[in-house]
Design a binder for this molecule. Structure first.
Ligand SMILES: CC(C)(COP(=O)(O)OP(=O)(O)OC[C@H]1O[C@@H](n2cnc3c(N)ncnc32)[C@H](O)[C@@H]1OP(=O)(O)O)[C@@H](O)C(=O)NCCC(=O)NCCS
Length: 189
């Protein structure tokens, strides 16, 4: 798969050599605070996950978000993951997940930009019609990033998850191919 380029980032396939990086991110309590992940992960669990992930269709593989570190336009540094999974082949609908594991890179617009980059891939290359996600009510940063990226609120799954000793509501958001085409018209004018 060729790299996917956004304005300030690129998205590439994940490699087995990325596993130590993934392991650091997935074991950071701040990073996974609003994710379903709950148990400490070791190298064996991560390698098993990686092998299973790579055995899925290529469109559902975990991808790596890379950006330029400050002031170094020639360098690329991996800051997080993004993936479509699972793809409903009949409805052309897919859930998207994102995790920026490098906390220094939060709140810099990369999450929003990574989503927009995946829209182009999803709608123009994979011919998807709907991209959706679930976001915890306790994750205002993510909700804001998704709204900026054009996701529309669909509804709330009440007490759908349990984290930090409490049940948590999760909001379902989505973007349709028609929404995306419409938003690009706004940009063109
Ligand atoms: C959630 C995540 C993908 C967002 O990516 P990001 O690059 O940090 O987000 P962006 O910079 O694109 O946008 C964040 C927005 O939220 C705002 N924000 C940050 N904290 C906020 C808060 N507590 N309340 C409201 N808005 C907040 C930022 O100001 C920014 O909005 P602005 O551009 O209007 O100022 C990223 O932070 C991440 O991966 N976090 C850890 C894992 C995770 O939670 N994944 C998502 C699971 S659904």
């Amino acid at each position: 798969m060729p790299y996917l380029y956004g304005h300030n980032l690129r998205i590439r396939a994940s490699e087995r050599t990325d596993i130590p990086l993934f392991l650091r991110w997935i074991n950071d309590p701040d990073v996974v605070s609003n994710l379903e992940t709950y148990a400490p992960m070791g190298i064996e669990e991560e390698e098993a996950w990686f092998t299973a992930m790579k055995s899925r269709p290529i469109d559902e593989h975990n991808l790596v978000i890379e950006v330029h570190p400050d002031g170094q336009d020639q360098e690329w540094v991996a800051i997080g993951n993004i993936s479509f999974f699972p793809i409903d082949q009949i409805a052309r609908s897919v859930e998207i997940g994102i995790m920026i594991g490098e906390k220094d890179y939060w709140n810099k617009g990369y999450g929003t930009e990574a989503m927009r980059t995946m829209y182009r891939y999803g709608f123009e290359v994979l011919n998807l019609n709907r991209i959706w996600l679930r976001v915890y009510d306790t994750n205002p940063r993510a909700k804001r990033a998704y709204e900026k990226a054009g996701f529309v609120y669909e509804g709330t799954m009440r007490q759908a998850f349990y984290k930090h000793g409490q049940y948590i509501d999760a909001h379902v958001m989505s973007i349709l191919k028609s929404d995306w085409i419409e938003s690009r018209k706004d940009v063109a004018h």
